[in-house]
Design a binder for this molecule. Sequence first.
Ligand code: NAG
Ligand code: NAG
Ligand code: NAG
Length: 418
Amino acid sequence: MGRSPKHRSTIMYLLFVCLGLFGTFLVADLFWASSSSYKSNWPTSPQLNPNLENLDHNASHKIGGVFENPKKEKPVRLLSATFADLPAPQLEWEKMATSPVPRLDGAALQINDLLFVFAGYGTIDLVHSHVDIYNFTDNTWGGRFDMPKEMAHSHLGMVTDGRYIYVVTGQYGPQCRGPTARNFVLDTQTKQWQDLPPLPVPRYAPATQLWRGRLHVMGGSKENRHTPGLEHWSLAVKDGKALEKEWRTEIPIPRGGPHRACVVANDRLYVIGGQEGDFMAKPGSPIFKCSRRNEVVYADVYMLDDEMKWKVLPPMPKPDSHIEFAWHIVNNSIVIVGGTTDKHPETKKMTLVGEVFQFQLDNLKWSVVGKLPFRVKTTLVGFWNGWLYFTSGQRDKGPDDPSPRKVIGEVWRTKLSL
Ligand SMILES: *[C@@H]1O[C@H](CO)[C@@H](O)[C@H](O)[C@H]1NC(C)=O
Ligand SMILES: *[C@@H]1O[C@H](CO)[C@@H](O)[C@H](O)[C@H]1NC(C)=O
Ligand SMILES: *[C@@H]1O[C@H](CO)[C@@H](O)[C@H](O)[C@H]1NC(C)=O
């Protein structure tokens, strides 16, 4: 991986360009541009829980790596390569009907041929409080309806049992406001909303799934958006109703933090990728203006099974975050679309991911199955009739600049063949 001469020359070129730009650019991606005050006085890598069993202590070295110079030619400047695009087959992408609104950090769940798309930022100062529906059969948008006023507008935990959609916590309001503890359930047949018992404390972008009759919520960030939470709670639910009055405390997750994929397959619960740290409100800002803080992105995969102890599985091909609704289970594989990876080592810009990944659940092997039409984070994914779809999120500045720019409402699809 990453050692072919072609790939190396791409990296050298990138380095060259980046060195040229260094000094002109401070950390600035357009969407957050007015808010980037980059300070690294935040903890970069809190230690893992030392009591954890089965930890693959080598995982981060395997993926973090540096570029070696296998033939011992000229010395090459050593840099972490995880920000770079990975070699991937081309896929043929088709552009479909654009969503009624662009959205970033929204949520989406698929029920049969419908994709229910919730909330999200339209701009940093405007958040959506409604649902749009995409129909995969006739490839149209429609059926807009409102969310409850008290429901969070971004960074929600969300999961469906095939009729009811459980909505957990999330950020309330625009910019970098904190999360609410309020939870809701939607009956997608009647479009009626009901309350669920609130979380013990609010969380920002926690991993959320339904597993063995219980709604599980774990990780995410604490109220300040930045500090990783390790707590894990569950609540018995059935047909859109809580069967208990309070959340039960479960085994904490070894690493906390927001923006992970959380998947239940074959009666096991998987938590994939994500990060520690995120933008925070500028202290004293009346509008909770976003201010960039240090983030560390992970490739980690954790799994819970009968034993109810976290196990560590092989890591992703590169660190990947902002993938909470960017996955789908296809043929006993988890397919993950885009995300963000390590920041560029020199420009410090946020780096988006332009690949589609596959994790085979039978042999636990990761592969890169194709390239996206552009790099994109927090995109929302569906799968219907052999087509892999994605919509929404924030895309890159262009083929040569993987930092984030435009918030999109576009829908794209490709015929997937695994
Ligand atoms: C880490 O890698 C070394 C060398 O490849 C190996 O001997 C060791 O068993 C590995 N440790 C773990 C926990 O996988
Ligand atoms: C999606 O669209 C098709 C074609 O218009 C329609 O037959 C189908 O009922 C729609 N799906 C749902 C769940 O409304
Ligand atoms: C899933 O498996 C079936 C049966 O082997 C195959 O026909 C289909 O093409 C596969 N789907 C994808 C997306 O690869």
